[in-house]
Design a protein around this ligand. Structure first.
Ligand code: FES
Ligand SMILES: [Fe+2]
Length: 417
């Protein structure tokens, strides 16, 4: 059913959902990528209820520092307030709704609404508005910036628009051992880049959830990373790497696998997973020539020829090499616009130009992201055409896509539609 705007109704959605649920293991019908109604429901039922990576603590180290983070049409201020707390505040003035902060990042004691000049402290509290004596029974405590739930874990700042959401920390604690090795709280952002693609966000996410496309689409990644092969084929390689991983890295539990994602997550939108997989012979890290790119991260003592693959919430991921970490996050900016954000981390004390060369550091994942951009654009063109029909996911390679789709359909259904 290729939905046009004229039949984007509640009944059509209901029909689409039941039809899709009758074909488990198949990719989504095009209506799920084209309907404004679906998109609005996704925001309400999924994105505004899930834990999402927003920023790293090294981006706002001092009191008064802030960065903006947007999801869909919404904007959040991630603020390091004067009391030393990290806050997430809706960037919406409590007077008549203007954005109160326009600069993407900065340092300020206050956010001053550009419209009529209401002033907020950097913890969101409202100062006395101009000419407020004319208001009757006005209590400024009722008009602070609204808050978004925020949790910090190893320097990673996660937000959740649902202020009643269950804590993300019990889930994250399950990956303490393998993630703790990198000491991300002491890391720094060496570079970050946003790749804006004119496709629905789920196409970017589904693409990240499978490596079926890796062999055919990622020439540099496939040269060095074994995930492109079916598990049985690279089992000996992975077993050999896991057998030496603890000894070579000096980190107990660095190879521990765990999957608690989507329907198996401890709480809604609190997905976590970890798997360590092997790089090919001669590769210490994700670099062009296989050689190290930066000083070893955290407490890691050496190269084991492996990389840690993590999921942190439904749309945030990390691929961590012994000497640098790469974070991936997919954020919808509209029905057909997605921001693929890539963040490269190195040790906090590593100096650019001395300890690492930025161009070499970002080379692999910049090139790989450009390739992904290209394939998701082609995918989008196809699923938006009148004659597209859902096809079968690969039973092994695309298992995670199936898990996502099953969870996703239940989320859309749970609004009672
Ligand atoms: S909308 Fe912000 S002061 Fe009026
Ligand atoms: Fe890819």
């Amino acid at each position: 059913m290729n939905l046009s705007n004229s039949n984007d109704s509640r009944d059509t959605l209901k029909e689409m959902l039941s039809k899709q649920q009758e074909m488990p293991g198949f990719s989504l019908a095009s209506g799920f990528y084209r309907s404004q109604r679906v998109y609005q429901l996704e925001l309400e039922q999924i994105l505004f209820k899930s834990w999402i990576y927003a920023a790293h603590i090294s981006e706002i180290p001092n009191k008064g520092d802030y960065v903006l983070f947007d999801v869909g049409e919404d904007s959040v201020i991630i603020s390091h307030d004067d009391q030393g707390e990290i806050r997430a505040l809706h960037n919406i003035c409590r007077h008549r709704g203007s954005r109160v902060c326009e600069k993407r990042s900065g340092n300020s004691k206050h956010f001053v609404c550009p419209y009529h000049g209401w002033v907020y402290e950097n913890n969101g509290a409202l100062r006395t508005p101009r000419a407020s004596e004319a208001y009757v029974d006005f209590d400024k405590a009722d008009y602070g910036l609204k808050t978004v739930a925020v949790q910090q874990y190893m320097g990673l700042i996660f937000i959740n628009f649902d202020t009643d959401a269950k804590s993300f920390l019990p889930a994250l604690d399950l990956i303490n051992a393998p993630l703790g090795a990198y000491e991300l709280a002491n890391a720094k952002v060496a570079h970050q880049k946003t790749y804006t693609v004119e496709v629905n966000w789920k196409l970017c996410l589904e693409n990240y959830l499978e490596c079926y496309h890796c062999a055919s689409s990622h020439k540099y990644y496939s040269r060095s990373h074994s995930l492109k092969e079916p598990p049985e084929k690279v089992k000996p390689l992975n077993q050999a790497m896991l057998a030496r991983a603890e000894q070579m890295t000096g980190v107990e539990g660095i190879g521990d696998s765990l999957y608690r994602v989507y329907e198996d997550a401890l709480s809604f939108g609190g997905c976590v997973s970890h798997m360590r997989y092997a790089l090919y012979e001669g590769y210490e890290t994700g670099s062009e020539n296989g050689k190290a790119l930066a000083p070893l991260m955290g407490v890691i003592k050496g190269y084991d020829g492996g990389a840690g693959d993590f999921q942190l919430g439904p749309i945030s991921f990390m691929l961590n090499y012994p000497d640098h970490c790469v974070l991936y996050r997919f954020i919808p900016k509209g029905l057909k616009e997605t921001e693929m954000k890539v963040v490269w981390f190195v040790r906090g004390d590593a100096q650019e130009g001395v300890d690492y060369d930025l161009e070499r550091l970002i080379w692999l994942w910049h090139e790989t992201t450009l390739e992904d951009e290209y394939i998701v654009m082609r995918n989008s063109a196809g699923v938006n055409s009148a004659f597209y029909e859902p096809g079968p996911y690969h039973p092994q390679y695309e298992e995670l896509c199936m898990k996502f789709v099953s969870w996703y359909l239940n989320c859309l259904q749970s609004d009672g539609s």
